[in-house]
Design a protein around this ligand. Sequence first.
Ligand SMILES: [Ca+2]
Length: 504
Amino acid sequence: MNYDRSDKVYGYPADITVADLQGAEFLVMDCPPYQKVNVGSPVSIPLLLSHWSETSGLKLRMSVSGRSVDGRPWTEWVPAVERPLEAAPYRVTPQGSFDFTAPNAGGLMRIAGEVFEGDKRVAANYCVVHVTDGECWPGPTQYLVPFPVDSYSDLTFAESCLTRSHHPGKVYGFKSGYIEYQIQLPKDFDSSTIEACRLIAEIGAKADRELVDWPERVNRQDYPQTDGKQWPSDVTLSVAGIEAGVIPIESDFADARGVLSHVAGFHHGSHGTVATIPLEGDVLAAVKSSIGEDKPITLRFEVKPDAAHVGGLALYGASMGRAPLDPALLFTLAAGAGKPTGEAKLINRMSNRFETILQTGPDGHEWRYTTSAPAEGWQNPEFDDGTWAKGKAGFGTAGTPGARMGTEWNTTDIWLRTTVKVPALSEKSLAWLSLHHDEDVEVFVNGAPLLERKRFASDYEQIPLKPEQRNLFQAGKQNVIAVHCHQTSGGQFVDLGLTILARE
Ligand SMILES: [Ca+2]
């Protein structure tokens, strides 16, 4: 057994620690730990006190911390309240509720409840209310151009979300490289009305195994919690080819502040820092002239190989991290100037250059399959699978975690075969499998073993192919892919996809 004894950063609001949850008093907030509400809707947090002492004269304080996405403190809308607590000893007693109207602004509200005996806090607890669809953002003289993090036009990190597991709400790369976006602003945007511009983005560093205390033992769920061991990175922002500044990032954080990552169930608790970078002088002039000339604006987030801290980069979108906002350019316009009516577009998206060779899921590929043991050599190209059944991907039983089922398979073994044509791929090109297996699986290409995985996964895993694995495919020809999966108990499933990104 390994113990990680380093001090952890919990990231709870109001400096709540685990000790606040383990005293003789415990404040129950009888609502989901995270709930989503629309602006202007009523919110009610039922409260109870578990009072395991004979202390009297306790006091309750309810408060809201943090800011809306447009930067206003929540206390503008929801002030803190204090009231006495009445509770019989050794009982759980209802304490009414904390009620308010969700502000007319989007963001995450962290609601803390604290119990005091005199000036001493004896218990605390919190919950999160996610307010959506705020109307005060952007303001009347603000023009906001958000862009989804996965709409990048280029990503040059050697190891990145392209070659590891990924989620559309977070793009990342390790060590050095850059992520670039090309934004085409609307034709009717009059650049002479721009008074100021800033970039807002939630940015983090990205460690690989460096923050894991026993890196040799790989567990897909590992996302080390924020502690004293930091992982800084220096991110240079360039706009329209001109450097706008260096953003120092303290670490690859993962704690309770990364609420959205917990909710998304990906890279649990991971989050960045919300950075606001003013674009001024030459940079603003270049932005204005791009708009005037109807050219796209290029935004590059770069970790240079010679930076003081080469710690990778993660950009968090609205569905991941600590703030429910996509990165955005925020323009301040002259009073009275109209906002453009056209649509800003992200152009040259790299995802448009991905080519799916083998598609997963029930809308995907049709395979030949059998559930009775085939003759030896079943994985070889010359094997005749003409008598095997045909079925849509993937294969398994309903209810298996992460399964996207096309064909039911409920026996102990399944053998699958198909053929795919793969173009010639340069060294810089990428090819990756998307594999879900429950349980042991082996994959062959043209009769040769490509990879094996033991036990079970609970979702599709992105597996980049190494050059020697890619070399098993014959360019421009039909290639036979053969898969065997074995089941012992519980859920069962198998599906395999192949995607490529051709690069010169
Ligand atoms: Ca199983």
